[in-house]
Design a binder for this molecule. Structure first.
Ligand SMILES: [Zn+2]
Length: 118
């Protein structure tokens, strides 16, 4: 699976409002979506979600349009896309070993000083 380009990331935040009909894309974003299969897939996914939400909607009470794009954005992980930092396994192992080494050093220093005091 190819990674998203920075252009995809730039467009991603505007897609929920665009699909919901709340905002237009700027010309550059429109051109990008027209030639980017990944962003077109995102648009299709948003449209499916929108149809599903409309099907579930209670007709007696309609939420303001901004609520819908907020839901779509949060379902997609938020925009601009923020990724939680997840350390690679070797980084986590290194951090754990460093923490262990620091802890062991602390115990040695503490016990050495205790012996000197008493
Ligand atoms: Zn794209």
């Amino acid at each position: 699976m190819r990674r998203r380009s920075t252009e995809c990331d730039a467009v991603a935040g505007a897609l929920p409002a665009y699909v919901a009909g709340e905002a237009d894309l700027d010309v550059r974003s429109e051109h990008h979506v027209a030639r980017c299969l990944r962003c077109q897939a995102d648009v299709a996914r948003y449209r499916r979600m929108l149809r599903t939400l409309h099907a579930l909607r209670d007709d007696s009470e309609e939420p303001p349009p901004s609520v819908l794009s907020g839901i779509l954005t949060s379902l997609d992980g938020g925009a601009p896309r923020r990724r939680a930092w997840v350390p690679e396994p070797w980084v986590a192992l290194g951090l754990a070993m460093a923490a262990g080494a620091i802890g062991a050093t602390g115990v040695v220093v503490w016990s050495t000083r205790r012996r000197q005091i008493s």
